[in-house]
Structure formats: C-alpha cells, structure tokens
Design a protein around this ligand. Structure first.
Ligand SMILES: Cc1cc2nc3c(=O)[nH]c(=O)nc-3n(C[C@H](O)[C@H](O)[C@H](O)COP(=O)(O)O)c2cc1C
Length: 453
C-alpha cells in the first residue's frame, strides 16, 4: 500500500483538509501547513508545478495507526516486532514509480517548498535516500535536500549515519536513489537505525508488504509504490548547505555538504509530492517514534520494559520516558544505561513504574516529585557523543558533537535512606490512593431541578 492509499482513509475518518485554491510552494504553502498543524492536507493546485502535494499525513500517531490498521497503543510493539523480524521484500519487474520516465531531469518542476525567507533555498524534507554500503549493503536514511540547480541538491549528511559511513568507504562517487512520497512503513523504517547489515526495507516489508523494483540507471532497488524516484550520484564536491530550521525550531549551522547530481527522474502518473514542515509535528513524530522500539529492545535486555515514549517536549529526539515493571532494586538504573544505548542521541531519560502513565507529563513529574532523590537516583554522564541538533552541546567542525547526559530513576525506591530494603507493603505506600467511584448522576441535582452537566 502506498502513501496515496492513506489519503482516502484519513478522508473517511474526517481528518483530511483538501485545499483547492492555488498555493505557491514559495513561502505560502509552509504558512498554510503551519496554520493547519497536525492535520493531513492535500493541495490539489500548486503554483508552477503539475503535481499535488500532501502534508501532515504523519503528524499524529492515529494517522500512522490508521495506515497500519492497528490501534495507536500497538504502534511501539508493531515496530519492535518488525525490527526483530525483518522480511526480505519481493522484487517486481514493473512498478507504479516507473509509470513515467522523464526524458530530461528538471527539478524545478517539483513543488519543492521554500519554508522561510532566510532559507538557503527550496528544500526536500521527506526524501528517503537509498545507498549501498560496500560492507553492510543497502541503507535508507532521510536527508534534507536543498535544491541548488535543475539537477543538483546539497544534502545534509549527518556524520556517522549510514549514508556518511558508505561515503567514507567509497573513493569516488556513490550511486543514490531518492524516494519522494514514500509509504508509511518505508518512512518509519528509514527513520530507524537498525544494527549494521539489517535492511530497513525488510523492516518496512515486515510492517506491510513493500515490493521493490530495480532503478533504471543505478544499481539500487526502491519501493515500487514510491510516488517519485530520483536517480543520481553523491559527488565529492561540497557546497554551503543552509540556513535551515531544524527539529529544534532554531537555525541549524551552515556547513559544507556534499552535492548530489540527479540524472534520471521516474514517477507515478499524477504523482503526489510529500512535504513536511521542519521543526513541526510531522518532522518530530517521524524522528522520535521510530527510536522507541530500539530503546524498548535495549531496555528489555536488562529488565521488563512496558512502554517507551520519546517526548514531544524534548523535540521528539533528546528526551524519553521509559516505563518498567520493576523487579529488582537497581532495575531503574539499568534501564537508564540501556535507554542511552538504544538511542545514542538521547540526552535526558526518566524511568517510571508501571502505575505512572508515560504519556502524561504531569504524572511523570509527580513520580519525580515523590519517588526521586537527586543524590541517589540521578545518573550524570559527562562528555558523551551526542546529537548535532542540540544548540547547547559542544560543536567542533568535523567532530562528533559532545554533551552531558542525565538519567532520572523515578521508580519507587526499594531501599530506605538507611539502605535497608523496604518491604512490599512499604513500597505500596508510594502509590496514589484513589477514591471509590460513585454513580454521579444521583448527585447531580440542585435546588432548581436536575443539573444539565
Ligand atoms: C523528517 C526527517 C528528516 C531527517 N533529516 C536528516 C538529515 O537531513 N540528515 C541526516 O543525516 N539525517 C536526517 N534524519 C535522521 C535520519 O533519517 C535517521 O536518523 C536515520 O535513522 C538514520 O539511519 P541510518 O543510521 O541507518 O543511516 C531525518 C529524519 C527524519 C525523520
């Protein structure tokens, strides 16, 4: 199933907003998407482009769950299962993404958005880049792509990611395929960093059948139901990339980044371009949610993990809440160390018990207030490799960003301050005491008659 197959589903569920007025991808479209933040949008008339644009389609967990045909609460477990059990996709000879083969490539015909007046240029923001690593095989990764000519992009390639590692192992140019308008399973799998050698397209295929087709001009395979595929090579030439607003909603640093030359463009008939707004919900959810299964898997190796949330307040990248079923006094501390292994960009993590809802920030704060003592339950790790996105971290050009990390064990402390072990009954004393439920309808009367509330 393709990205376009989600459009009628969100429409049926009354989420879709269809915009039939002509909209300019230069600044105007970003403003409209921003104003309707969190809703799936379909722009049917785009200035200077024959293609329609979809946006916001991944801006809420419910849309992703709708696409996968599961309940929202099952997303983490579905992703974790696919990560553990990838299935090799089937190859097909003819594919929707090759219905049209453009004779001459002209990237100016694509409705690539310029988001802000100070942006370095128009940016592709939902492009899934496929390369082959000489040692580990196929790799998928999102890279924002700044259009710098009718056949050229400047790509932001974060150090240490699959594309960067493959580039470092290659002396000349590296073949590339860029998929635009990818299905939800492909978008989610591309945002994961599975162990080396695990194919992200096999993870996507485990989520939902994702047949592949060979590219026309490069030795790479792409999802057959992509809306557009751009084939080309990552060159050794670099240019200044940016300015660009990133996940932090602050300006990212302008850096020298590789140029990609595109020499072939294929697409579906009446192809639909996917645009996501940097720093907004869709960007955040696609970044953070696919890290939850890797944190879950890492924590599950050391204790019983119940749930993981990469929180929106931590820009869906730097902060997590991990919920465990505590069975030993040091499970909370072990869970902290494991969570940092499961998502290496994680900066702050809070571990809570099963009676605390990780999706409710007030409950998490309550657990910190009532169960946590900084001298005993705080773990601080200094000078750690970290995310290049954190403006407060230490950034040295050409080197991995460094940061301090912090883990809060906000689970019920099994030891007393005297170090004596608490009994089960004493531990129960940390739980909230509830009131018995009553049938409120029998109390909702007042002097003037029955209350309407
Ligand atoms: C919407 C979105 C945009 C992203 N932009 C970039 C980017 O510009 N450069 C980059 O290196 N990673 C970017 N990422 C992160 C990578 O896609 C992600 O970390 C991926 O899992 C890396 O996979 P790899 O480690 O297997 O290469 C982006 C992720 C998302 C969801």
């Amino acid at each position: 199933m393709s990205l376009r197959s989600l459009i009628p589903k969100v429409q049926e569920a009354s989420y879709l907003v269809t915009i039939t007025k002509e909209v300019d991808p230069y600044l105007e479209m970003a403003r409209v998407i921003n104003a309707l933040e969190g809703q799936p949008l379909l722009f049917t008339r785009v200035k200077s482009s024959p293609y329609q644009v979809v946006s916001g389609i991944c801006s809420a967990r419910e849309y992703l769950a709708l696409d996968l045909g599961i309940d929202q609460s099952q997303l983490l477990f579905a992703l974790a299962r696919a990560l553990e059990n990838p299935v090799v996709p089937q190859m097909v000879e003819s594919a929707p993404c090759q219905e049209v083969i453009e004779e001459g490539v002209n990237l100016n015909t694509l409705p690539i958005l310029t988001h802000l007046p100070d942006d370095g240029g128009p940016y592709v923001t939902a492009g899934v880049v496929v390369v082959k690593d000489p040692d580990h095989g196929r790799n998928l990764c999102f890279h924002r792509l700044m259009r710098i000519g009718p056949r050229q992009f400047a790509a932001r390639v974060v150090e240490g990611r699959g594309t960067d590692m493959a580039l470092r192992k290659t002396s000349g140019e590296l073949e590339v395929a860029i998929c635009l308008g990818s299905s939800i399973p492909v978008l989610l799998a591309a945002a994961m960093s599975p162990p080396k050698g695990v194919d992200e397209l096999s993870i996507a295929n485990a989520l939902r059948p994702t047949p592949l087709v060979k590219c026309r001009t490069v030795d790479l395979e792409v999802p057959a139901d992509s809306e557009f595929v751009l084939e080309g090579r990552i060159t050794r030439r670099t240019v200044a990339e940016g300015p660009f607003i990133d996940l932090t909603e602050t300006w990212d640093i302008v850096r020298q980044q590789p140029v990609i030359e595109i020499h072939c463009l294929t697409h579906r008939r009446a192809a639909i371009y996917h645009a996501l707004l940097p720093g907004r919900l869709e960007h955040k959810l696609l970044m953070g949610m696919p890290r939850e299964p890797t944190v879950y898997a890492a924590v599950s190796q050391v204790c019983q993990c119940k749930n993981v949330l990469i929180t929106p307040g931590g820009m869906s990248w730097l902060h997590a809440v991990v919920q465990i079923v505590k069975q030993a006094p040091d499970d909370g501390r072990k869970a902290i160390a494991a969570a940092f292994r499961g998502h290496t960009s994680l900066k702050h993590v809070v571990v809570v018990d099963e009676d605390v809802d990780p999706f409710n920030p007030t409950e998490v704060e309550w657990a910190i207030a009532t169960r946590f003592q900084a001298d005993r339950d705080l773990i601080v790790l200094e000078d750690q490799p970290s995310s290049s996105l954190d403006p407060s971290a230490t950034h040295v050009p050409g080197q991995k960003t460094r940061t301090s990390k912090m883990g809060l064990d906000a689970t019920i402390p099994w030891h007393k301050p005297s170090d004596e072990l608490r009994t089960r009954e004493e531990r129960e004393g940390f739980k909230k005491v509830g009131y018995r439920e009553v049938d409120i309808t029998i109390y909702r009367t007042f002097a003037g008659g029955e209350s309407t509330k």
